[in-house]
Design a protein around this ligand. Structure first.
Ligand code: THU
Length: 143
């Protein structure tokens, strides 16, 4: 395991603890590694109107964007689980379909097949956006 990736996954686990998820009790954290080595985090933010929920990855990417760092995102880590069990699942925690589409915007902007490190009980598994969202719709599709 690369030390930087381990740190990024740990940041996602820590971020999950800030989730507002009283409806699902499923806490998710996302951590973005920027090109300057900084880490931007986000967690899921639920709503009484369930469908309004914002996922951790989306929160983190929006946060990076409002800090002027959208194009600086290089890698993403995601961790989650029920309260008290974050990062302990047997299988990797995978980004939902909507988040894959949000990550695609970053991948296309940065012309990089962004690695997404998905946490599980024994560490993490790395997927690339092209594996998570093959044949996706992106900025080039609008031309
Ligand atoms: N969730 C995320 O934050 N990211 C994902 O990629 C998948 C799901 C959240 C949404 C909801 O608050 C909870 O996990 C259960 O679905």
């Amino acid at each position: 395991m690369s030390v930087t990736t381990t740190r990024l996954v740990q940041a996602a686990i820590d971020a999950a603890k800030t989730a507002y998820a009283p409806y699902s009790n499923f806490h998710v954290g996302a951590a973005l590694l920027l090109d300057n080595g900084q880490i931007v985090t986000g967690s899921n933010f639920e709503n009484a109107s369930y469908g309004m929920t914002l996922c951790a990855e989306t929160v983190a990417i929006s946060k990076a964007n409002s800090d002027g760092q959208l194009r600086a995102i290089r890698e993403i880590a995601v961790a989650g689980g029920l309260v008290g069990q974050i990062g302990t699942g047997a299988g990797p925690i995978m980004p939902c379909g909507r988040c894959r589409q949000i990550i695609k915007e970053v991948a296309d902007l940065t012309q990089s097949d962004i690695p997404v490190h998905c946490a599980h009980a024994t560490g993490y598994t790395t997927f690339h956006l092209s594996e998570l969202l093959p044949h996706g719709f992106g900025p080039a599709s609008l031309k």
